[in-house]
Each structure stands twice: as structure tokens, then as C-alpha cells.
Design a protein around this ligand. Sequence first.
Ligand code: 6PG
Length: 253
Amino acid sequence: MVAKNHKIQILADAEAMSKAAAEVIVEHSRETLQTRDVYSIALSGGSTPRRLHALLAGDAVFRDQISWERVHFFWGDERHVPPDHPDSNYRMADATLLSKVPIPEVNIHRIRAEEPDANQAAADYEQEIRQFFKIDAEQIPHFDCALLGMGLDGHTASLFPGTAALEETRRLVVANWVEKFQSYRITLTFPVFNHAERIIFIISGQEKAKILKSVLTPRQESASYPIQLIRPERGQSLWLVDTSAAGQLTLDD
Ligand code: 6PG
């Protein structure tokens, strides 16, 4: 069901998975910056990216290979909270990565989720993305890389099952009401992710084994889970999964 140009790599554990993700990002950014001035990457929220961030920031093997001054950071999604709130994806990335590396402030494009009107925050972020990529109202940006996780309900970024954002085909960023949180999430949309050059899924933990099996071996043609609709049109998607999360996969999956 997942994209034809996808690859699944099973790593021993969460540490090995994070290391593999760091290697891919270092290699892909170096490759891209040979022909382009800047490298654009959309970070994921949640807890899984923490170790990856710590490796990129703290391990010289990775940190010293990245041209930080040419990397521009964006977010795939954000909770509707201020940047100093414990739930803030920006706060997590700042604490585990951005505050520890020589990245110019202007290269950090955070979602201004402190904006009380979530729709306004989404519209502002869409504007910022269009300005950065120098694209008009009809065009879709081409991120070099997007990092994505997966929730137990098969959501990714803040594209949750049964939510309005799943239907969005025109806007780049939307405020998505998530009933179970009684809150909005600000999220990039499928058109943006499916225009990315490289999608890297990072998925770890035994608790995700059942949903990962369902996602990768669907019983029906149509997508049952939002993450199954991440199908980069011309890019590649790489699933970096640890053995715990891959526990229910079989070789033919
Ligand atoms: C968020 C994320 C979300 C996350 C998954 C997995 O803002 O929460 O973007 O999509 O990737 O919920 O979260 P964990 O990594 O914590 O399991």
C-alpha cells in the first residue's frame, strides 16, 4: 500500500534507528548542497526524534559534517501552544538540537502557534513557506526532507484519522481540529509531504508493532490510515523502524 518508491530498514533498536536517520540526513544534506544553496528540512514532533536530534547536535561524527548555516528548519506540525510550553514541538527541537548547533536564527522557521487564532497561525506559516520557496499561490514547495513519526492510530504529523486536514488538496498548512485533544494542531498537508524529495519515517517501540503491520500490509485498496497517504510523487520514502516496532512484520511485507 505504501509508496512504490519506499524502502523499509529495520534497525536493532531505537539507538541504531536514530543513528541511521542521522546518517541519512547528513548524507542527503551534503549531496543536496553540492547543487543547491540551501537544504530545507521539516522536523517531526513527538518523542521519537529526541535521540536523533541529540546525535545531530552532540556527536561530532554527524554535527561536523552538516553545513548548519545552509540548513533551514521547518516543522511538519505543531501543537497550538506557545514556544515555551512543554507540549511545543519547537521547544523540544530547540532544547535537543537547535540551541546546540551554530544555526543562524533566520534559518529557523517555527510555526507561531502562540497565535490565539490557529487558522491565522496556519495562514502565516503558509505565507512564510511560500516566501522561502519563492512560490506563488498555486505552486507546492519542494522540501528536501521531511521527518515523520507515526501514532498508534496511524496518524502522522497532525494528520489524524477522521479529521478535516485529510481532505485538504490546495493549502500547504491548516489548523486541524482534533476532537480527542479538544484542540487544534497546525500541520503541513499531504500535498506538501508528497512533494518532498525525501521522506524519513522514524518508528520505534513494541507498542507500534500492531499498527505498523496494519499500515504496511493493508487488507483493502483504499487507505485506512493517514500515514498510508504519504506517497511522495517523485521523491523517496524511507521507513526506519526498530526491531520492536517491526515485531509483527514478516519477510513478505
Ligand atoms: C506530534 C507529531 C506526531 C508524532 C506521533 C508519534 O506533534 O506529536 O508530529 O505525529 O510523530 O504522534 O509520536 P511519538 O514519537 O511520541 O511516538
